[in-house]
Design a protein around this ligand. Structure first.
Ligand code: FES
Length: 127
């Protein structure tokens, strides 16, 4: 599964928003570091977080068990599964927020913004 990723902190630096339709196009044209924007391959038996870690990226996490939201990502394109046992509220899940520690890609391509734990909506979930 091909995953294109973008660090949420970059959005603040550039004044971009999660809703920007051309967010990833803008990211491609900005001079971002390899760990801020890029692509990685996630294997079928890897969660998104494991895939990132196994390719050498250090994305945020804490519990690794669906209980804290430190690992939260925002899905811009594609779909990431979400096991039943997790703390992400339905309204945030509907908007595209997922947990990367126990989320597995279910589409061949995925575009995600990682590091969204800094979003105000997720404040109450961070332990
Ligand atoms: Fe805690 Fe993913 S690391 S929910």
């Amino acid at each position: 599964v091909r995953v294109e990723f973008l660090d949420y902190e970059v959005l603040g630096d550039y004044g971009w928003s999660l809703d920007d339709e051309d967010l990833f196009r803008k990211a491609s044209h900005a001079d971002l570091d390899d760990d801020e924007h890029g692509r990685l391959l996630v294997q079928p038996d890897e969660s998104l977080l494991e895939g990132a870690e196994n390719r050498g990226f250090g994305w945020p996490f804490s519990c690794r068990g669906g209980a804290c939201a430190n690992c939260a990502v925002y899905v811009v394109e594609g779909e990431l599964s979400q096991p039943a046992n997790h703390i992400m509220p339905d309204d945030l899940a509907e908007r595209g927020f997922r947990l990367s520690c126990n989320g597995y890609p279910v589409t061949d391509e995925l575009k995600i913004v990682f590091n969204v734990k800094h979003r105000a909506e997720l404040d109450d979930l961070i332990l």
